[in-house]
Design a protein around this ligand. Structure first.
Ligand SMILES: Cc1cc2nc3c(=O)[nH]c(=O)nc-3n(C[C@H](O)[C@H](O)[C@H](O)COP(=O)(O)OP(=O)(O)OC[C@H]3O[C@@H](n4cnc5c(N)ncnc54)[C@H](O)[C@@H]3O)c2cc1C
Ligand code: SF4
Length: 410
C-alpha cells in the first residue's frame, strides 16, 4: 500500500439505495433494544425507521439531538459490544450495520449543509470546560442548548483530544472531526486552544470567573511497563500514532516491528505500520482471544492487513531489540526480535495542575459527576466507566445536565 492510502477510509460508505435496503432489514422492534444499548442514547431504532421511510433529515435530527459527535461515533464505536449487540435481527442472520447507517446519515447531513444546531442564548451563566476531547465537546453542546455561556480551554493547538492525535486518519478522517467541531463553534461555544489550565491560566482563576467548571482532561499520557524503563529502542504507542498522524503518514517506518498490547490502540499502531509499508508487524497481547480487548472491527482489519497477532503472552525480559514472553497459563515461552518495539499498554491522566482533586486509580472521585468541590465537575475518561468515545459523549452530556441542576438549585 502507498502512503497515500493512509489518508483514505478503509470501510466504504453506503449509497442511499444500500442504506434504505439495510434499514429495511430492521424488525421495527417495539422496545428497540439497539437504542437501549447505545450509551449516548443516539436512538438507532428511531433513525433507522426514518431512513426506511426516506426521511434522511429526520434521521439526522434524531442523531444530533442526542449525540454531537454522531459522525465520529459512526466510525469508531465498538458496535458489536453496544447497539448492534442489542439488535434482534442477529437472531435471524446478521445484526443491522447501525454504525454504517449512522455514517450515511451524518455524511448526508454534511453534504446537504443541514443546520440542525442553533446558536445558544447564553443567558444562564458562565461555565468553563477544561479539555476539548469528546467529553468536553459534547458537554459544551448540551450546556449551550441549555442557555449557558460556555468556554472550552484546550492545551493543544487544535481541539479533539484523542480523536485528533490518536485514532488514525484511515478510521477517522480529520475533515469529519473538523466538521463536527465547526458546528459546535457556530453554536457560540468559545473555544480557546493553546491554553493549558495549570500553565497559562489557573483553575482558581477559572473558578472565580465562572459559575461552574467541568474537567474533561482525559488520559493524556501513554503508559509504560517497569520492565522497559531502560530500553531505549521502545516507543510509546500514542507517541507513535501522534507522530504518524501529525505528519500525514510521511514518517520513516522500520522493516520489522513488535507491538505489545491487545487493545484498539495496539491495533491502530499495527495497522498504521502495515499501511505505511512495514513488512513484518507482530502484535503480542497478554489477553487470550476470548477476552480480547480490541473491537472486532479493529481486530479483523488488523489481521486482514497481514499483522501477526499472538494472544496470551506477557513480556518477562528485554535485551536490546529482543523481548522474551511467557504464556499467561501454559508453560510456553516466546522470544521475538524486531527493529522497533512499541508499547501499547494503556494511558494515564496528567493531573499535576489539579492538586486538590481526589484521584483513585487513574479516575477522579465524583458523585454524579460532581467532585468534593461542588462547583467542580468531571467527565470523560477521567471518571469511572468505559474508555470509549461514546462513553465520553454520554458522560459529557450527563455532567452538563448535573451542572445545570446544580446551578438551578444554587
Ligand atoms: C489511539 C487510540 C485509539 C482509540 N480508538 C478508539 C475507538 O476506536 N473507539 C472508541 O470509542 N474509543 C477509542 N479510543 C478511546 C477514546 O479516544 C477516548 O475514550 C476518548 O477520547 C476520551 O475522551 P475525553 O474527552 O475524556 O478525553 P481526550 O480525548 O483525552 O481529551 C482530553 C483533552 O483535554 C486536553 N487537556 C488535557 N489537560 C489539559 C489542561 N491542563 N488544560 C487544557 N486542556 C487539557 C487534552 O489536550 C485533550 O484534548 C482510542 C484512544 C486512543 C488513544
Ligand atoms: S453512537 Fe455508537 S453505540 Fe450509539 S447507536 Fe451510534 S454507533 Fe451505536
Amino acid at each position: 500500500m502507498s502512503q497515500h492510502d493512509y489518508l483514505d477510509e478503509l470501510i466504504p460508505a453506503f449509497t442511499p439505495l444500500l442504506a434504505i435496503k439495510e434499514a429495511s432489514r430492521c424488525l421495527l422492534c417495539h422496545d428497540a433494544p439497539c437504542s437501549q444499548s447505545c450509551p449516548a442514547q443516539t436512538d438507532p431504532g428511531k433513525f433507522i425507521r426514518s431512513i426506511y421511510f426516506r426521511n434522511f433529515k429526520g434521521a439526522a435530527e434524531t442523531i444530533r439531538e442526542n449525540n454531537a459527535l454522531g459522525a465520529v461515533c459512526a466510525r469508531v464505536c465498538p458496535t458489536e459490544k453496544l447497539c448492534q449487540r442489542g439488535c434482534s435481527r442477529s437472531g435471524i442472520d446478521t445484526p443491522i450495520d447501525i454504525a454504517r447507517l449512522q455514517r450515511f446519515v451524518t455524511d448526508f447531513e454534511q453534504r446537504t449543509n443541514m443546520q440542525i444546531y442553533q446558536p445558544g442564548r447564553k443567558d444562564k451563566g458562565k461555565v468553563a470546560i477544561i479539555g476539548a476531547g469528546p467529553a468536553g465537546l459534547q458537554a459544551s453542546v448540551t450546556l449551550c442548548n441549555l442557555g449557558y455561556d460556555v468556554t472550552l480551554f484546550e492545551k493543544e493547538v487544535q481541539p479533539g483530544g484523542w480523536l485528533r492525535h490518536g485514532i488514525p486518519e484511515f478510521r477517522l478522517p480529520q475533515s469529519v472531526l473538523d466538521t463536527e467541531i465547526a458546528r459546535i463553534v457556530e453554536m457560540g461555544v468559545n473555544l480557546q486552544c493553546g491554553c493549558e489550565v495549570g500553565k497559562n491560566i489557573t483553575l482558581a482563576q477559572l473558578k472565580s470567573e465562572h459559575q461552574a467548571v467541568l474537567l474533561t482532561v482525559g488520559l493524556s499520557e501513554g503508559s509504560s511497563l517497569p520492565l522497559f524503563n531502560d530500553a531505549n529502542t521502545v516507543e510509546i504507542a500514542v507517541d507513535f500514532l501522534q507522530r504518524a498522524r501529525g505528519n500525514g503518514g510521511k514518517i520513516a517506518v522500520p522493516q520489522s516491528a513488535l507491538v505489545i498490547g491487545g487493545g484498539d490502540v495496539a491495533m491502530d499502531v499495527a495497522s498504521t505500520l502495515k499501511i505505511l509499508g512495514c513488512s513484518s508487524v507482530t502484535c503480542v497481547a497478554r489477553e487470550e482471544l476470548a477476552e480480547f480487548p480490541a473491537s472486532v472491527k479493529e481486530f479483523t482489519t488488523t489481521q486482514a492487513l497481514g499483522v501477526s497477532i499472538i494472544d496470551g503472552f506477557t513480556p518477562t525480559a528485554v535485551t536490546g531489540n529482543t523481548v522474551t514472553f511467557k504464556h499467561v497459563r501454559l508453560p510456553g515461552e516466546l522470544t521475538l526480535t524486531a527493529e522497533h518495539i512499541i508499547l501499547a499498554v494503556g494511558q494515564h491522566a496528567q493531573l499535576d495542575a489539579f492538586t486538590d482533586i481526589q484521584v483513585q486509580r487513574n479516575t477522579v472521585d465524583t458523585h454524579h459527576y460532581q467532585t468534593a468541590d461542588p462547583a467542580l465537575f468531571a467527565a470523560g475518561d477521567i471518571v469511572q466507566g468505559d474508555k470509549t468515545v461514546v462513553y465520553a459523549v454520554k458522560t459529557g452530556k450527563e455532567a452538563a445536565q448535573a451542572i445545570h441542576h446544580y446551578l438551578e438549585e444554587a
